[in-house]
Design a protein around this ligand. Sequence first.
Ligand SMILES: Cc1cc2nc3c(=O)[nH]c(=O)nc-3n(C[C@H](O)[C@H](O)[C@H](O)COP(=O)(O)O)c2cc1C
Length: 271
Amino acid sequence: MPTAFPDAPALERVLDLAAHAPSARNAQPWRWLVDDRGVMLFADWTRRLGDSDHDRRDVVLSCGAVLHHCAVALAAQGWSSRIHRFPDHDVLATVELEPAPPGGGSLELVEAISRRRADRRPFRGDLDAGTIELLMLRAERFGVRLTVVPSARWARDGDTVALRYGDGSPGHPGDDAAMLVLATDTDTEAMRLRAGEALSAVTLSAAALGLVTCPLTEALREARDRLMLSCELFDGQAVPQALIRLGPQSVGDPLPPVSRRSVAETTTFDL
Ligand SMILES: Cc1cc2nc3c(=O)[nH]c(=O)nc-3n(C[C@H](O)[C@H](O)[C@H](O)COP(=O)(O)O)c2cc1C
C-alpha cells in the first residue's frame, strides 16, 4: 500500500464528481474498483448501446472522459494521478495516487465539472482569438489532435447535426458554433481512451472559460464521412474520434443537470 492514500469517503466524493463526465446517450458505461493500491477503471460493456464498432468506440471514449474527470477531481483534493492505460487486457486504466498540492488549473477545471452540459441548442457569438489554440494544446497533452471542421462541412436540422460531404443539406443557419474534431494517429482502444480524456479536457476547459459545448459522435457513424473528414483535414493520416460543437453562449437559460448513476452502482471498494 502507498504510504499516503485517500480514505473511502474522500474517494466516494471524487468518483461522485467524476460521474458528471459526459457519455454517449448518458450510458455511463464504466465500473470502478478501488483497492489499497489505487483506482481501476473498467468498461461496462453491458451498457453498450448497440453492437457496432461505433458503439464500442463510444464506450471507450466515455470511459476516457470519466477517467479525466476522476484525475481532475483527485487533483483538486490534493492527489496527483499516475495513469497506466490498458495495463491488462480487461482493465482500461489504473490510477496510482500521490499527495500533491492542488494547482490553480485543477481547481478551475473541477469547478467547471458541475457547470458543463452537452448543449444541443444553437450557439451565438464569436469566439475570442486564441481560444481554439488553447484547446488544441489541452488535447495535445493526450497525444490527440484537435482542429476546426470547415463551416461548410456540417449542417443541422433541429437537434440533429451531420457532416456534409456531397449532399445539399442547408448548412447551419442560426447556429454560429465552431465545430471541432478530435483525431488520433491510430485507431487502437488506447488511443480512443486518450481521445475521451481529451474530450473531457476540452469541454471542461471551455466551461471554465464560460463557453458552451456539445460532444458528438453520431455524426461520425458513417465510415465514408469519417474518411472524407480525415482526408480533408489530416491528409488521411489521422482518425476522427469525436466532434465538439463550441460557442461563446447558447440560446436560452442554463440547462438543468442530467441524472447520473450513484457511486454505489458503479464502484466496488476493496479497502
Ligand atoms: C463519446 C460521446 C459521444 C456523444 N455523442 C453525442 C451525439 O452524437 N449527440 C448528442 O447530442 N450528444 C452526444 N453526447 C453528449 C451526451 O449525450 C451527454 O454527455 C449525456 O447525455 C449527458 O449529458 P451532459 O453531458 O449534459 O451531462 C456524447 C457524449 C460523449 C462523451
